[in-house]
Design a protein around this ligand. Structure first.
Ligand code: SF4
Ligand code: SF4
Length: 116
């Protein structure tokens, strides 16, 4: 089992989750975070810190968000290779409050990847 970041995180980066993770298994994209499933120790510490309720245990994912388990693995591998491990809280992205309320999010056209 592992924990999974889902679409409510897109364009927010509140990063409260990162501060409490005991194994530093979050990886950062330009506008989204993921959890590396091979590094997560299933401690649940990040879940109550997330103001957008974006994080789920993989066996408790709502059916509409189940594909985020594979997406977290794929992007965690990619961003790990790009040295994008994130271990400290950052300022949220500009417009984060509006992004939390955006119900039209869908992942592939909105989750950005690094160009470098
Ligand atoms: S606290 Fe929630 S919304 Fe913020 S970066 Fe972490 S998972 Fe994303
Ligand atoms: S469940 Fe624990 S180990 Fe896994 S990402 Fe959250 S804080 Fe980190």
């Amino acid at each position: 089992m592992a924990y999974v970041v889902t679409e409510a995180c897109i364009n927010c980066k509140y990063t409260d989750c990162v501060e409490v993770c005991p194994v530093d298994c979050f990886y950062e994209g330009p506008n989204f975070l993921v959890i590396h499933p091979d590094e997560c120790i299933d401690c649940n510490a990040c879940v109550p810190t997330c103001p957008t309720e974006a994080i789920f245990a993989d066996d408790e994912l709502p059916s509409s968000l189940e594909h985020y388990a594979d997406l977290n693995r794929e992007l965690a591998d990619l961003w790990a290779a790009q040295h994008r491990n994130i271990t400290a809280k950052q300022e949220p992205l500009p417009g984060a409050e509006e992004a939390v309320r955006d119900e039209a999010k869908s992942e592939r056209d909105i989750i950005l990847e690094w160009n470098d």
